[in-house]
Design a binder for this molecule. Structure first.
Ligand SMILES: CC(C)(COP(=O)(O)OP(=O)(O)OC[C@H]1O[C@@H](n2cnc3c(N)ncnc32)[C@H](O)[C@@H]1OP(=O)(O)O)[C@@H](O)C(=O)NCCC(=O)NCCS
Length: 200
């Protein structure tokens, strides 16, 4: 596998709907890692991902290796999305109708460090502008620095996000439930928002 072997496709509409179960499987695999520690299942995934199927502005950027989906990134207009994400952004004073929500990015570990993270942002930000949005936001799970599950090799993505022009959206924190590995049913997790303005 070389970096060039990854092929990126912007999926919308029926093509997006057709790929959601594969996106779900990737989310379950990749989000098991710190910092998400997500103990996922397809039933939870289908409840979570259906909002992308229903939103005409939604996009899945798929990263394919020889036809196999090895990474994916999602985005959608924030307006009409889950209130758990809309509320904190509105509360921070942003005009929701201008905001595009860049949701998850997941890539199998063996494909990392070859530019997929940049491609995922490039294609979602292009979709944001094309659908009339000039503000991009995303969320990052909040973990304590001394979290017992943090691997010694863990490298935060903050420098990457800052280099992409994002900064923390002060005062905006989402509360979202998922089942964490080794825990009883779902617990509530806190996610911080990052944002940037977009221009064509
Ligand atoms: C987020 C994710 C998709 C990015 O994929 P990626 O392959 O690392 O992306 P890129 O190769 O474009 O790298 C993005 C940046 O990460 C940093 N980075 C990635 N790999 C690195 C490495 N081996 N050494 C140093 N820096 C590295 C760099 O800052 C890089 O930007 P640069 O090349 O301009 O310096 C991937 O890391 C992932 O799936 N992580 C787990 C899930 C997750 O945390 N998602 C984000 C929240 S939803």
């Amino acid at each position: 596998m070389t970096a060039d072997a990854l092929n990126y496709r912007a999926l919308t509409g029926a093509a997006l709907a057709a790929t959601l179960d594969d996106v779900a499987r990737l989310r379950i695999a990749v989000f098991r890692e710190y910092p998400h520690l997500y103990d996922g299942d397809l039933a939870y995934e289908r409840r979570y991902l259906h909002s992308y199927r229903d939103n005409p502005s939604a996009i899945v950027v798929g990263a394919f290796d020889d036809g196999r989906l090895v990474g994916a990134s999602t985005g959608t207009a924030l307006k009409g999305h889950d209130p758990a994400f809309v509320g904190p952004v509105a509360g921070a004073g942003l005009d929701i109708s201008r905001v595009f929500y860049c949701a998850e990015s997941v890539l199998l570990a063996e494909y990392r460090g070859r530019g997929a993270g940049h491609a995922f942002f490039d294609m979602r930000e292009a979709r944001a502008l094309a659908s009339g949005h000039d503000i991009s936001v995303f969320c990052a799970v909040i973990r304590s620095d001394d979290h017992p599950q943090k691997p010694g090799s863990y490298r935060p993505l903050d420098p990457f996000w800052r280099a992409r022009g994002y900064r923390p959206l002060e005062g905006a924190v989402a509360a979202f439930d998922w089942k964490e590995i080794g825990e009883a049913p779902e617990s509530t997790h806190r996610l911080a928002f990052w944002w940037r303005r977009l221009s064509p």
